[in-house]
Design a protein around this ligand. Structure first.
Ligand SMILES: [Zn+2]
Length: 290
């Protein structure tokens, strides 16, 4: 792929990140490592939804600006840490996906085995501890995590997803946010049932062999729990869900799953307070007259 095609893709995927609500305003940054080893990245302080050709900057592998208007993004140290950690990675996307970030703020881990397709293609999504944005400290933490994962979250900040190209990195980002949406919805409905540990381990090994992943994980694909961090032993759920892995009581009274079998609409609706009971009684009366 030549530089012209890379520039075109950077613009296309920047716009997509905005359109898919994975970032807003001046958030986030995207980069691609070119065959020369130089990196082409989004300029600091530009709107990704309206990114244009002249808002891309070329830097060398150490972060020194070579070409382009403006300055490279202040978060480039993070991108460079990813490229240094993984020779197989040629694209990095950093965005602020709202649901995924909310998980980090709520202290709910996404490093859990819930959706078979995600375990197969992505493994689990770890969260790196909080560090100030744009610092070497954060870049080091991100580089360390990317060694063994293709998609990670930074506490209270956002996502970093990598791939051999922008499409692969973008797919991982979309999958992360989609998983957050499904997991949040399941929690709202009553709780998250995790995959049995043995199935999670089997799926991950199968996925690494079939679809690839971080080379360090692929090399150990047959090792139990390979890149499932503290997998299925330290993780909060899997075969033996603990109370912390189950959703707190939801305010969605109509959607809450009852602990005991529900025999009628009335039973389901009646799990509420006295005022709501009166409303429910009226609704049921009106329905019975139909
Ligand atoms: Zn950021």
């Amino acid at each position: 792929m030549n530089e012209h095609q890379i520039r075109r893709d950077l613009i296309k995927f920047s716009h997509l990140c905005y359109e898919r609500h994975l970032l807003v305003a001046m958030d986030g940054n995207l980069s691609v490592r070119m065959p020369s080893g130089n990196i082409i990245c989004t300029q600091a302080g530009c709107h990704k939804g309206f990114l244009t050709e002249d808002e891309l900057v070329v830097i060398d592998a150490t972060g020194k600006k070579l070409r382009g208007r403006g300055m490279p993004t202040s978060e480039m140290a993070m991108h460079i840490a990813c490229y240094n950690a993984r020779p197989d990675v040629n694209a990095v996307i950093h965005t602020h996906p709202p649901l995924s970030i909310a998980f980090t703020i709520a202290g709910v881990s996404m490093a859990r085995c819930v959706l078979p397709e995600v375990v197969l293609t992505l493994g689990v999504i770890p969260t790196v501890d909080y560090a100030t944005t744009g610092t070497d400290d954060l870049a080091t933490r991100v580089g360390d995590a990317i060694l063994t994962h293709d998609a990670i979250l930074m506490d209270r900040h956002g996502a970093v997803c990598v791939g051999k190209n922008l499409l692969e990195a973008f797919c991982r980002l979309e999958t992360m946010e989609h998983t957050a949406l499904i997991t949040k919805t399941a929690r709202d409905l009553g709780g998250v049932k995790e995959l049995p540990a043995a199935e999670a381990v089997r799926l991950r090994a199968m996925g690494l062999k079939r679809y690839g992943g971080p080379p360090s994980a692929v090399a150990r694909a047959d090792h139990p729990c390979v890149d499932l961090p503290d997998a299925c032993t330290g993780c909060s759920g899997c075969a033996t869900p603990t109370p912390s892995g189950i959703a707190p009581k939801s305010d969605l009274k109509l959607a809450r799953i009852s602990a005991s079998p529900v025999h009628s609409l009335g039973d389901a609706l009646r799990e509420s307070d006295p005022i709501e009971d009166m409303v429910v009684a009226e609704v049921l009366k009106a329905l019975s007259k139909r």
